[in-house]
Design a protein around this ligand. Structure first.
Ligand code: NAD
Length: 538
């Protein structure tokens, strides 16, 4: 057992003249020239699968980053067999050894491999240097270190042992293998979902996002370099339906560790339900899903802080964070000055290739995201209930670029205020100042999600009221801050309702889902007479 909690990995700033800026530039140039062939990683093998898909930069259609193998149904069955084969020796490996491997991965990532993963995230997912740094370097290193720390604390949880009895807890892995299905938008989540169950002694089949294959490849290499034995995590890129069908119909499927959209999680949940009688044990289903995250301002809010929260919370990483601010409720008395500030800031935002460090935003992830966001922009343009305050245009010439867009909406129930757009589009609704209480009820009821939300106010009574009335509207609630940027160990992350199972990534809560505790009672002096004292005659 280690001492206190680890420190969060310091965030490098990439300012002019800094060594990290130089190193990142060099690594971007190197990876741009060296196409990668992402293979299936099953047991000790690197395999070519059945066919390939190209790996491309979202911000430069012309830039091929390599290609990725696709798994066939037979490959998926081999990966399951490899996971099951590795299971007994990995489950028997003590926690200290497993934790050491993932801590070593964190050290490699924070040190010599930092720019490799940052550059892959910048090129493959179109993150700026700062967004890549806080995700693929810092958050992933934090996940690895904090999870190791929490796992050791759970294993050390004392049980009461009265005289003559010795009670102890055996944190067993689950009976079977774990299926990790990861999203495109955070390299840290892609590393976290397979590594948490593995840390706890499970073996894993990991299906990465087809839109984040370059970083997935480097995460896998990092784990292996840190000493993870073959078969513990098996990387299986491929058609999501095909891979999932094989996995969920296997009797040893023990848990799903998913992050992605609510619609996909629904499908997986339903499929597991249909198959439930065929599994060896009841599977654990952990899913962090969509959001429609809010900012609500009270008339006492500080204007500058509110404007910065909307711009950073709404537009960093092109609004493609599950926590991104996408509906904002502003009192009428603040709207005019706020509008002026927002426009002043947004027109300064440069959108383009993130390898040009002056850009604040890159491209959205792919064509289908570009088209989906385009439909909302067209709606904002045409619908008389909407007025585009700033932005609204797209360009697909070099990459999937969308301008940061703010839309004023006169109906709080409008699609722009209630549906997850997952792009750089912020909808604003202006309410009469004396309706603060009603607007809080409206926020709570307007969407099926409950992921993140923020309130801005200087009035203590208003803050207390928002805290109370929005208690179930967000799993991560921010006061006078943007609703994005949760830090491992500081703000464990996750939402409820249709935003997921709220098992809080980056916290002990999450780890508990991937263990099946056994309690051992050792009786030093066993009873040797079946009769209890009350049976004795007076
Ligand atoms: P997505 O649902 O499209 O994909 C997520 C994963 O599911 C990918 O690996 C994908 O290949 C796989 N998938 C897609 N269809 C499938 C199917 N039919 N069967 C099995 N697997 C399938 O999500 P995305 O676009 O990668 O990520 C964006 C979504 O993730 C947003 O909704 C966002 O809010 C959510 N998200 C939530 C959190 C959170 O913590 N709550 C964090 C990040 C992202």
């Amino acid at each position: 057992m280690q001492g206190g909690p680890p420190a969060n990995e310091p965030v490098l700033q990439y300012g002019p003249g800094s060594p990290e800026r130089r190193e990142l530039r060099a690594e971007i140039a190197r990876q741009s020239q060296a196409p990668v062939h992402v293979r299936l990683r099953i047991g000790a093998d690197a395999l070519d699968g059945e066919g390939t898909v190209p790996v491309r930069s979202p911000h430069r259609h012309a830039q091929g980053l390599g290609e990725a193998a696709q798994a066939s149904a037979a490959d998926v069955r081999s990966a399951i067999a490899a996971a099951l084969e590795a299971r007994s020796s990995w489950a028997a490996t003590d926690l200290a050894t497993r934790a050491r491997i993932f801590r070593r991965a964190a050290e490699l990532l924070a040190g010599p491999r930092r720019q490799r993963l940052n550059a892959a995230t910048l090129l493959g997912q179109s993150k700026t240097p700062y967004q890549a740094e806080i995700d693929s370097a810092c958050e992933l290193a934090d996940f690895l270190r904090f999870n190791a720390y929490y796992a050791e604390r759970l294993a050390d949880e004392p049980l009461i042992s009265p005289e003559g009895v010795n009670n102890s807890l055996d944190l067993r892995p689950l009976d079977g293998f774990v299926y990790a299905v990861t999203p495109f938008n955070f390299t840290a989540i892609a590393g976290n979902l397979p590594s948490v169950p593995a840390l706890l002694g499970n073996t894993v089949l990991w299906k990465p996002s087809p839109s984040a294959l370059l970083s997935a490849h480097h995460i896998f290499e990092l784990f292996r370099e840190a000493g993870l034995p073959p078969g513990v995590i098996n990387l299986v890129p491929g058609d999501a339906e095909l891979v999932t069908r094989e996995v969920l119909s296997h009797r040893d499927f023990a848990a799903l560790h998913f992050t992605g959209s609510s619609a996909v999680f629904d499908q997986l949940f339903r499929r597991v339900g249909e198959n439930v009688a065929g599994y060896r044990a009841y599977p654990r289903l952990v899913g962090e899903t969509g959001g429609k995250d809010f900012i609500v301002a009270h008339s006492s809010a500080e204007l500058d802080a509110l404007a910065v929260a909307i711009v950073r919370g709404g537009f960093e990483y092109q609004g493609q964070k599950c926590s991104a601010a996408s509906r904002v409720y502003v009192p009428a008395s603040l709207w005019k000055p706020l509008e002026a500030k927002l426009v002043e800031m947004v027109v300064q935002i440069r959108v383009g290739d993130p390898a040009d460090f002056t850009n604040f935003m890159g491209a959205v992830i792919n064509q289908s995201a570009f088209e989906r966001i385009g439909r909302y922009l067209a709606m904002a343009e045409k619908d008389p209930a909407c007025r585009v305050v700033t932005g609204g245009r797209q360009s697909a010439e070099d990459g999937w670029f969308v301008e940061p867009t703010i839309v004023l909406v006169t109906d709080p129930g409008h699609a722009l205020m209630t549906e997850e757009i997952f792009g750089p589009v912020v909808a604003v609704y202006v309410y009469a100042d004396d309706r603060f209480s009603e607007i809080l009820s409206e926020i709570d009821a307007a969407t099926p999600y409950a992921l993140t939300g923020a309130v801005f106010a200087r009035d203590a009574a208003a803050l207390a009221k928002a805290d109370r009335k929005l208690r179930f509207a967000a799993g991560n609630f921010y006061v006078n801050d943007k609703p994005t940027g949760a830090v491992v160990g500081q703000q464990p992350f996750g939402g409820s309702r249709r935003s997921g199972t709220n098992d809080k990534a980056g916290a002990a809560f999450n780890l508990l889902r991937f263990v099946s505790p056994r309690v051992r009672k050792v009786t030093l002096e066993p009873a040797r007479d079946f009769r209890y004292p009350f049976l004795l005659p007076d």
